[in-house]
Design a protein around this ligand. Structure first.
Ligand SMILES: Cc1cc2nc3c(=O)[nH]c(=O)nc-3n(C[C@H](O)[C@H](O)[C@H](O)COP(=O)(O)O)c2cc1C
Length: 197
């Protein structure tokens, strides 16, 4: 069954997580509402060499040839559909999620389309997954993670695992992305832990 997901990219390291997630959602035929922050464009460009405009996002640069189910929004378009709780969706993922965006979401600062959509997702009791990334974590970061969790979000701090012996960077990233997809209820072909012999 086709589902609808909001995917927001912010200015943390981990562009590959967003690329892999978008690719798997598109391959599965799901609808995607896509938005990126201005800082997200900077970090995404630094990590991939792909230069994006937040206000005029070209989804083709993220999902070449697979944008038929993608709707793009600018981070300042506060009148976009996803800013309203009346618009139904199956979950929102902020990937990667900066500590700045985490702080704004955790404390209800709905000052951009990304933070407003997250705020609305929480108030409507829909799934909000925050694929946070920073190292080390300050007490402020930890407190904001607690606040966000108490409000109903799931903090998915980007911690890859290695027990299935990933061989490529994509396989490492997928150890995080596939867990995110699992939480969204998207069927995913993934290596699962089998008891060691
Ligand atoms: C290359 C690069 C990597 C960054 N990595 C991180 C990171 O891993 N985590 C983080 O919280 N901020 C990181 N930042 C800083 C954020 O981009 C910055 O705090 C920004 O204001 C976040 O804005 P946003 O939350 O609106 O996207 C990085 C910045 C750059 C340029």
């Amino acid at each position: 069954m086709q589902k609808r997901f909001i995917v927001a990219l912010t200015g943390a390291s981990g562009a590959i997580y967003a690329q892999r997630l978008l690719s798997k959602l598109a391959d599965a035929g799901h609808k995607i509402d896509l938005v990126i922050s201005e800082a997200g464009c900077v970090s995404f460009g630094a990590e991939t060499g792909i230069h994006l405009s937040a206000a005029r996002l070209d989804a083709e640069k993220l999902l070449p040839g697979r944008t038929e189910n993608v709707t793009v929004h600018g981070p300042r378009e506060i009148g976009a559909t996803i800013a309203s709780g009346s618009v139904r969706h199956d979950g929102m993922v902020i990937v990667p999620c900066s500590m700045g965006t985490l702080a704004r979401v955790a404390n209800g600062f709905a000052d951009s389309l990304i933070t407003r959509a997250a705020d609305v997702t929480l108030k409507e009791r829909r799934k909000l997954l925050l694929v946070t990334r920073e190292l080390p974590l300050s007490l402020i970061h930890l407190r904001n993670m607690t606040l966000a969790t108490e409000a109903g979000a799931t903090v998915f701090h980007a911690c890859p695992h290695f027990y299935n012996r990933p061989q490529t960077v994509e396989e490492v990233a997928d150890t995080v992305v596939d867990r995110v997809l699992d939480h969204l209820g998207v069927d995913v072909q993934t290596a699962r832990w089998k008891e060691a012999r």
